[in-house]
Design a protein around this ligand. Structure first.
Ligand SMILES: [Zn+2]
Length: 415
């Protein structure tokens, strides 16, 4: 295990003992999300990456020595992580890149990368003897917490969603047996209500951004990328960005490995936002700080990355600025067209907020933020089955045919 040395505010830099604060920085408020820091000098002496060669664990717990869990603590049984990375030569050729890969995190148990965060959160709740975990979310985070929660004994999951959330998304939560509160208000109000109830009742709050440990779970995707490249990391990782927690998690994973001396450089991170929800693109282009950012009215079909004031904006901006990366935005029409494009070029069917990385890469190439010769990993964070309705909108076709061989030959022009 990795002992947490301290928590450090991503905005003001104040440091706290691990038990001193539970959520965001008390001085900065919710914008002051906390980094979980370890004694890297000590870990360097204790761990070596070659030890992984004999490690047979086929999940995110392969990297347990770099996660904040006690040795005796149980972890949820579902297989989270160890998702496939596929070489994508046709995707690369289509975009004019020399080499590209796709990391298919939609293959996690509930269909998204967020299982990595929820698995660690549930494990930590059990370690602490907490029996109720709660989050506000309309989508993948809620599904992940509900699913991981259902995989273990004696954990109750309470989800706060706006009453207007799509019924199909709520169905997945109910299937897993979560208690779903349909709050008659918007997401931000549901978020605050969830947090207030967690503080009052002692529930563990998984809310994105304010819980510093979600990133510790998500960082395992960076570990997997690095190991699959035999620690010679790719030049660029392209990630879609809503609240900013995933790009921050990818960054944290590479930073951990760099601090340990397991990799010699950190890939550049390119964040892709939807044009209707691009506060981080704007802040990056105009050199605005996370504290100065103002909420916008976010509108996009890529619902998983719709965020008017990204919860983890401080870390997301830092991830791009410190890695000499970039933020780009994509109109919804291109996001929609990216769904079949990615599927046809790689065989991976992903949701709009993952497919957007394809159009985002094209944009980054046009703007010179991405060079054709750079080795690029596309992080596909959610399964296409999460949003079948948008997939339906992205394609047409289907050939009506009479039930005879002659009709089939005719419609396929085989004669
Ligand atoms: Zn602070």
């Amino acid at each position: 295990m990795a002992d947490v040395l301290k928590l450090r505010c991503s905005v003001c830099g104040r440091e706290y003992a691990p038990d001193e604060v539970q959520y965001a920085c008390p001085v900065c408020g919710q914008v002051g999300t906390l980094d979980v820091l370890y004694d890297y000098a000590l870990l360097r002496t204790q761990l070596h990456r070659d030890q992984l060669i004999s490690n047979r664990v086929q999940s995110m717990w392969r990297y347990r020595d770099l996660l904040p869990l006690k040795p005796e603590s149980h972890v949820p049984p579902l297989r989270v992580g160890n998702t496939p990375m596929y070489a994508a030569p046709r995707l690369a050729a289509d975009l004019g890149l020399v080499e590209a890969w796709v990391k298919d995190d939609g293959s996690n148990p509930t269909g998204s990368l967020k299982d990595r965060a929820s698995a660690l959160i549930v494990a930590r709740a059990q370690e602490a003897g907490i029996t109720t975990v709660s989050t506000a979310s309309t989508g993948n985070a809620a599904a992940a917490l509900s699913g991981i929660g259902a995989s273990v004994e004696n954990i109750k999951i309470i989800i706060f969603v706006p009453a207007t959330a799509p019924e199909a998304k709520i169905a997945q939560l109910l299937v897993y047996g979560a208690t779903v509160l349909l709050v008659e208000a918007n997401y931000d109000t549901a978020f605050d209500l969830c947090y207030d109830m967690c503080i009052e009742k002692g529930w563990y709050c998984r809310n994105t951004g304010i819980n510093p440990y979600t990133i510790e779970g998500k960082k395992t995707v960076a570990f997997e990328i690095a190991e699959s490249f035999n620690w010679d990391v790719p030049d660029v990782v392209i990630v879609s960005v809503g609240d900013g927690n995933i790009i921050a998690g990818v960054h944290k994973g590479f930073v951990d490995l760099f601090e340990l001396g397991w990799i010699s450089r950190i890939p550049r991170l390119i964040g892709v936002q939807a044009e209707g929800s691009l506060p981080l693109v704007t802040a990056w282009e105009q050199n605005v700080s996370a504290v100065e950012m103002q909420p916008i009215d976010a509108q996009t079909i890529a619902d998983s990355i719709s965020a008017g004031l990204p919860r983890d904006r401080a870390k997301a901006l830092r991830a791009v600025r410190e890695t000499n990366g970039a933020f780009v935005s994509v109109p919804d029409s291109e996001t929609l067209a990216s769904i079949p494009a990615v599927a046809r070029l790689t065989g991976v069917f992903c949701e709009p907020s993952s497919a957007i990385t394809y159009a985002g890469a094209r944009r980054a190439l046009e703007l010179g933020y991405l060079k054709p010769e750079e080795r690029v990993v596309f992080l596909l964070t959610g399964s296409g089955l999460k949003d079948v309705r948008r997939a339906q909108e992205s394609v047409s076709g289907g050939l009506r045919v009479a039930p005879t061989a002659e009709a089939v030959r005719r419609v396929l022009h085989l004669e």
